[in-house]
Design a protein around this ligand. Sequence first.
Ligand code: XMP
Length: 321
Amino acid sequence: SWTMLNIVEDAVAAVRDQIGDGRAICALSGGVDSAVAAAIVQRAIGDRLTCVFVDHGLLRKGEAEQVERDFVDATGVKLRVVDASERFLKALSGVTDPEEKRKIIGREFIRVFEDEQRAILADGPVDFLVQGTLYPDVVESGGGTGTANIKSHHNVGGLPDDLRFELVEPLRTLFKDEVRRAGEQLGLPSAMVWRQPFPGPGLGIRIIGEVTRERLDVLRDADAIAREELSRAGLDRDIWQCPVVLLADVRSVGVQGDGRTYGHPVVLRPVTSEDAMTADWSRVPYDVLSRISTRITNEVREINRVVLDVTSKPPGTIEWE
Ligand code: XMP
């Protein structure tokens, strides 16, 4: 629409004013906010923006490709991809405590991103860091800007002196729905534009127990089936998000064909919410649940049981960890 066009064009012009002929960097997460922010800055300064995508190996099926291929095709963004999955798995090895997982993932992310920043700085000075901060984030944090900080959920304290940047926050005045419309206006992949909330620590906090590559693969397969069936049923806009959780340390007896199985359960956690502060479990139609359950147990060998979480928030949180 006309107003949306203006929002994008105004944002591009403001970024051009702020950055001048400087250079900027931006970390992409796979989510809509960083993607739209980067696309706006790319329009403003082109190749003087370098994006970094740290693939921690904890994303869902297809999401890394969405960033590396579809987003780049749609925007022409200059992107550095770091496949850091080995490093994250190593750091997470033997860890089962949810808060410890979060800390480790946040810390490793910062380390990898800092290494990339230094590599980019070797090509010349960079003064700006792009962040996808939205208006509600600004209000929540009291409105201050301050020095560069990767999103607070990464639990960063201070940053080294050589990695201090002026922040560029092109989405600072926008709400989520405006960001999505800007994303469409900018021609971003619709799976990115309409992605439901997904936690920074990714599937790392959806495996109850130790995170391993095998378990991640199992969860990715189950999650992809649940997402596909919920979409096919037209429920994407009704459901706030639907974590699929692998109870990796639990086994139960089942039967499949002629054989006894001893596999793992997954939990479906579809919730309805306005802002994630409170939530209710979604009344997903039985036939949709049935298709998800049948497909997961048929198609994912390690899983022999699918259970539904019918807890509101509070007392349950949306995520299991
Ligand atoms: P909970 O589980 O607290 O989740 O009800 C509320 C919302 O926040 C997301 N979430 C996170 N997002 N880093 C994030 O970026 C995190 O560590 C994290 N933990 C939970 C969750 O998916 C839900 O949308």
